[in-house]
Every structure is written in C-alpha cells, then in structure tokens.
Design a protein around this ligand. Structure first.
Ligand SMILES: Cc1cc2nc3c(=O)[nH]c(=O)nc-3n(C[C@H](O)[C@H](O)[C@H](O)COP(=O)(O)OP(=O)(O)OC[C@H]3O[C@@H](n4cnc5c(N)ncnc54)[C@H](O)[C@@H]3O)c2cc1C
Length: 565
C-alpha cells in the first residue's frame, strides 16, 4: 500500500507516524510545501517574547528524523497542486528545482491545515505588516524586531493569538495597541468574561479600541530607530489614526480546502472538509484531519470548526490509524481552549451562554467566585461561569478566569461535560485536596452545588443583565444589599436597601414576602445565605445575584455604564 499525506505539521506528521506504528508494509510519503515540519506553532509567540530561547527548540524534528525513526519519506518544499481521485494520482511541484511530476496513492490523507486571513485593506502589503501562522512568519517578525527595533505595535484582532502576541511584544518593551472589530475583546468568550481580559490589558497599559474597523494602513513618518524607517498609521472607519512601527494582522484563519474542493470532496457547512467519525471524506480512501477538517460538537452534535493543535494531533492520529487498518472513532470536541494574558489564565469549554441560548436551551447560569486554594496558601480568586440545561441539569459549558488553578479546573469540567455530567454530579467528585492545591470543597464542586440548588432546590440565580432589565422596565424589585454598611456606602447597586446578613433575620418582617426579592453580596456566598433565610421565612420569589456585586460591576463595565451608584 502507498499512503500519501499532504501537509507535515501537527496533523500530517501524527497521521503518518500512527500509520507506521500500525504497519511496516506501507510506503508512507508526506509532501509539504513549506521548509519546516512538525513544529510547535503554539510556541511561536513565546519565541518572539523571549521565553523560548532558540527557534530550533520549536522545530525539533526534520525529515531525517522521520526517515530513521519511522521510515517515512517527507519531501519539503513540495507542493501538491491537484488531487485526481479517479486515477488516484497527485500533481506535484518541487519548489527547489521547479520540476513537476505525478505520484500515485492507494490511500490519501489531507492535512493541509489552515492559513491566516489577510483582510483586503489598502496598505496591508506594507513591509511592516505581518501575520503569524508558521515558522517562516515567526522568523520574519523576529528579524524585523532585531533590525528595526520597533517602539510601538498595533495588533488587529483580539483572539488568543493576538493576545499572546500582545503579551510577548510587551515583554520586549514594545508599546502595544489592540484593535477589535467586535464590541468586546476575545470574542469567543461571553462579554461578562471578556471584560476581565480587557481589564487586564488596560492594567498593563495596552490601549484597546473596540467596535473599530480598520479601513486603511497608511505610510507614516519614520517612527523606528533608523532615520529611514517608516512607521504606519492604522486608519479606522471613524477617521482615527493609530501609529504603529509594527502591525500584526491576527483576524483569524480559514481552512485550506482548495485541493479538496477541486477534487470534488465535500466541504461542510463550516467551510472545512466534511469528514465522518473515522475522518473519511466523501471520496473513498481519502481522509482529512487537523485544521482543514470539520469537527463536531459533543454537546450539540453539530459540525463546528475550532482549528487547534490539540484537535489536529488527535484527528491526525485517528486518520492515520484508520488509513492503515485501524478503527478508532473521533468522539467530537468541546472547543476547549486556554491562554494566558499578563498572568491571567483564561479558559473555556463547551457552550458559552451566547451559544447555549442560540441553540435554544433553557439555561441556568452561575458565576462562582472562589479561591483556587486557601488564602493562607496564597490562593487567588477564580471566576467560574458555568451554563447548565435547566431541563436535566446537564452542564453545557464553562468559562474560567483567574491567576491560579484555571487549567486544572477547566480540565475537570471538560471531563465532566464529555461524560454528560449533571450539576448534581459535581459535588460527588472525589477531587484531590490538600492546602497547597485546592480547598476542601473544590471550586468545581461549589459550581455544581450552586447550579443544582438553582435548578432543583429553588435557590434561583439572577444574572446582572436580567436584574438590569427588570430595573429598567420598572418592575418592582426588593433589592437587598447584604454587605456591611461601610461596603454599601462605598458602592452599591441603584435602589438597593442595605440589610447586612447578620441583621436580616430580625429585619425580614419589615420586608414584603410577596414581591420579587433579590439578595446580593460581593461574590455571591452571603447573598445565598440571605436568600436561604428569606425563603425559609416564607418569601415567595427570592433570587441571589449571580457572582454578586463584583459580577454586576463587571457587567456595567462591559456595557459601558461606568460605575454603579
Ligand atoms: C501563533 C499560534 C499559536 C497557537 N497556539 C495554540 C495553542 O496554544 N493551543 C492550540 O491547541 N493550538 C494553537 N494553535 C493552533 C495550532 O498551531 C494549529 O491548530 C495546528 O498547527 C494545526 O495543525 P495542522 O497540521 O492541521 O495544520 P497546519 O499547521 O496549518 O499545517 C498544514 C501544513 O500543510 C501544508 N500544506 C497545505 N497545502 C499544501 C499543499 N497543497 N501541498 C503541500 N503542503 C501543503 C502547509 O504548508 C502547512 O505546513 C496556534 C497557532 C498559531 C499560529
């Protein structure tokens, strides 16, 4: 059997290596149009920032390694120009010699990946405008940094790659401005979570422009260190100009599907190649994996496109296995992702609130703020936003921000959601505890308890947005601030009455048990204690403000309301 793989980064090399582990009989050949193979694209921002000392550390393997270890022939600078499924042949060009030739396959794996989107903006071809997708891009940016020593950078796009670059360029002493077309940074997050990212950017002196569309990149006067350097102005639709010595376009990627489309292979609704759970395309004996292939969402069972290295390695392994006699099925993804921005870890898995609502779920949402471990051990607050289906309590998605322990919690939630856990299941997890690592009841368990109490035990939560709506439409709401008088004086929600928790039992008789009541504290815990008191005293409808005043303030900030009263 002759197995040919197109593309030699994460998915292609995983596929080829897995196929070789299954069989010694196949001829395995990989064509790669670039010069670099099997590299860590995810590490590139950290080379630019200096955390990774040598570029070679990101490219530990070359074709000779694959030949000696796996007996796989990898041809770099060889581009496949066309796939002919009828004759099972490929047209190829060797970019070093210019030679064109044809090769033949029995089984083909497409691992052509994705490419960065370069928007059609006048001036985008200027010499100081870069994208970061592969090692060549990284080396170009690095050379520019060394030669021109830019003082300022403008990053267009605030997805995780733009943010990682922001952190790493700042580490080099460069003044960074970020521009985002949407009305929030990190658009994959819900707005009430993305506000924490924006706060962190601002705390690190990053200028952020939201709802800002770039219309032009115009040559400007020299801003670099050498007299002939030309900085550029990024021109926004509203006429504002932002000066940048270095411009990074980071507005997303699109799957590389041209070869597949021209070969008659079906491209799915997401724009990536449609595959079944064995990574088979619509054409017999042709598989696809990695960033060029569509995935499906474990929660909704619908196709999604989340081009990530974690998934590329996995789907590459599956394609390689099935193309060489195996039978592993892909089980879908949750779109799990994590990044770091100036010490803040930001993670998500499953459906966001926005996505769950768009899918038509009747949801319960909680904002759980708890320390990652005891404060006496240096624990830091985590904010866990979790979304559950009110119909059966199933956890649909989670977003977490915090400085410590975010990675461990998100992975527990990934596992729970993958196995269709309900809110009530989380309390029963036998999670590891000792003071250096977590609290006796881990924040994951609290999240389950809060959601379960809300869904099944009448301890309803109200989101900041819903409270705001009620107040704006003039509904009668009895709003109780359960914090101390001093905290209330400092700042409180409009129309809130201050009854500190310890006085509430005595004061409850002065309240009306028949009108909608909302309790709140700083983070949600005391608000819940107050809610319990009122419900146990016969109040009909009592909600606790999800995430307390902290979350409410962030909601106001996200909405641009400024300070609450
Ligand atoms: C800066 C950055 C940071 C990232 N950070 C993370 C992270 O933290 N976590 C995470 O999970 N993911 C991250 N990713 C995403 C991750 O790198 C990609 O998902 C992964 O590289 C995809 O691997 P792939 O093999 O499917 O595709 P690619 O890496 O795109 O490789 C496809 C290869 O196919 C080759 N090719 C295409 N067409 C042809 C052709 N016709 N002939 C020959 N060769 C062809 C291309 O030249 C390319 O080298 C990051 C990406 C970037 C750019």
């Amino acid at each position: 059997m002759r197995l040919i793989v197109i593309g030699a980064v994460a998915a292609g090399t995983s596929a080829a290596a897995k196929a070789r582990r299954n069989t010694e009989d196949a001829e395995i050949v990989v064509y790669e149009k670039d010069s670099f193979i099997s590299y860590s694209g995810c590490g590139m921002p950290y080379f630019i920032g200096g955390d990774v000392a040598r570029a070679e550390d990101l490219t530990p393997r070359d074709p000779a390694f694959f030949k000696s270890k796996y007996n796989i022939d990898i041809f770099t600078q060889h581009e496949v120009l066309a796939v002919h499924p009828d004759s099972r042949t490929l047209d190829i060009i060797n970019h070093v010699t210019g030679e064109r030739f044809t090769d033949r396959y029995d089984t083909l794996i497409l691992a052509t990946g994705a490419s960065s989107i370069m928007p059609h903006i006048p001036g985008a071809s200027a010499g100081n405008v870069f994208m970061l997708r592969n090692i060549s891009d990284m080396l170009q940016i690095y050379s520019f940094l060394l030669e021109k020593v830019p003082e300022s950078a403008v990053i267009i796009g605030t997805g995780f790659i733009g943010l990682e670059l922001c952190e790493n360029l700042t580490a080099r002493g460069i003044r960074v401005t970020m521009i985002e077309k949407m009305d929030q940074v990190s658009p994959g997050l819900d707005p009430d979570i993305s506000v924490y990212v924006e706060q962190r950017l601002k705390a690190n002196k990053i200028e952020v422009y939201k709802s800002a569309e770039v219309t032009k990149i115009a040559a400007g006067k020299g801003a670099g260190n050498a007299p002939d350097d030309t900085g550029t102005d990024v021109v926004l639709a509203d006429g504002r100009n932002i000066r940048g010595d270095l411009i990074i376009m980071s507005v997303g990627v699109r799957p590389e599907v041209t070869l597949a489309r021209e070969a008659g292979i079906v491209v799915g609704t997401t724009g990536a190649i449609q595959v079944d759970t064995y990574m088979r395309t619509s054409v017999p004996d042709i598989y696809a994996c990695g960033d060029c292939a569509e995935q499906f969402n474990i929660v909704t069972n619908k196709p999604i496109y989340r081009p990530l290295g974690s998934t590329a390695n996995k789907t590459g392994h599956i394609a390689g296995d099935n193309a060489s006699g195996g039978s592993v099925e892909f089980r879908g993804i949750l779109g799990t992702g994590i990044y770091r921005i100036f010490g803040l870890a930001v993670a998500r898995t499953g459906l966001s609130e926005k996505e769950a609502l768009a899918e038509g779920y009747d949801i319960e949402v909680c904002h759980n703020i708890k320390p990652s471990k005891p404060e006496y051990m240096g624990g830091r607050d985590l904010l866990i936003k979790a979304v559950a289906d009110r119909a059966d309590g199933r956890i649909l998605g989670v977003q977490i921000v915090g400085e410590d322990g975010v990675d461990k919690r998100i992975d527990v939630f990934v596992t729970a959601i993958t196995f269709k856990a309900r809110a009530s299941d989380l309390f029963h997890l036998d999670l590891a505890y000792a003071p250096p690592f977590s609290t006796t009841k881990d924040p994951v368990m609290y999240t389950g308890m809060i959601l379960d109490n809300a869904i099944r035990k009448g301890r309803r939560l109200i989101r900041a947005a819903d409270l705001d709506k009620l107040q704006k439409n003039g509904s009668t709401v009895q709003l109780i601030d359960t914090r101390s008088a001093a905290q209330y004086q400092k700042k409180h929600i409009d129309k809130a009455e201050n009854i500190p928790h310890e006085k509430l039992r005595g004061a409850a008789a002065s309240l009306d048990p028949d009108i909608l009541t909302v309790t709140y504290c700083n983070k949600g815990v005391t608000g819940n204690a107050a809610q319990n008191i009122l419900i146990n005293q016969g109040f009909r409808e009592v909600f606790n403000l999800s995430g307390g005043n902290n979350t409410y303030e962030n909601y106001c900030e996200a909405k641009g309301f400024g300070e609450n009263a």
